[in-house]
Ligand binder design. Sequence first.
Ligand SMILES: Cc1cc2nc3c(=O)[nH]c(=O)nc-3n(C[C@H](O)[C@H](O)[C@H](O)COP(=O)(O)O)c2cc1C
Length: 156
Amino acid sequence: MTIIVYNSKTGSSEKYAHLISERTGLDCYSVKDEYPRDEDIVFIGWLRRYTIVGMSKIDVSKVKAACAVGCDNVDFFNRKEVESCNGYSAETFYLRGWIVPEKLNFIERFILKMVSKKILREAGEHADMTLIDAMTKGGDFFDEAFIDPVVEFLKG
Ligand SMILES: Cc1cc2nc3c(=O)[nH]c(=O)nc-3n(C[C@H](O)[C@H](O)[C@H](O)COP(=O)(O)O)c2cc1C
């Protein structure tokens, strides 16, 4: 059997986890819950640089698929770095989530502000202003369509 295990800071990874659970029939658990330890895992967690936060708490040898939930554009997702940084070997998917500054602590908001300034400095007039705004004021890139390939992989 396969189960879904998620770790979410502001809710978007949790929402994706429940949607994937609904569409596949797989049981869904928070990484903070008790979950069956002998099952294969689809891990869903928020992205911080190359880390899928919360993945270090699970047995990565059980990972059948990983979903990294981030705010950045899909094209900038570095699948290879994420796989090696988190120490698993399995299918990886990227899903875009939301940013809710009110649910972040001071340091997390500060990091996002610094990163948005760096993007602005480097990309200049080509910077994605929707993303820059989202990183400082909040924004929502959640889209259920992101889970279609995940569901296809799990049902296939
Ligand atoms: C401190 C911090 C660092 C982040 N770093 C990244 C990143 O490197 N790449 C990215 O795409 N998103 C990054 N994000 C955005 C989150 O991954 C994104 O908001 C995600 O949707 C949060 O998922 P959640 O709603 O399940 O907590 C970062 C957010 C925070 C607070």
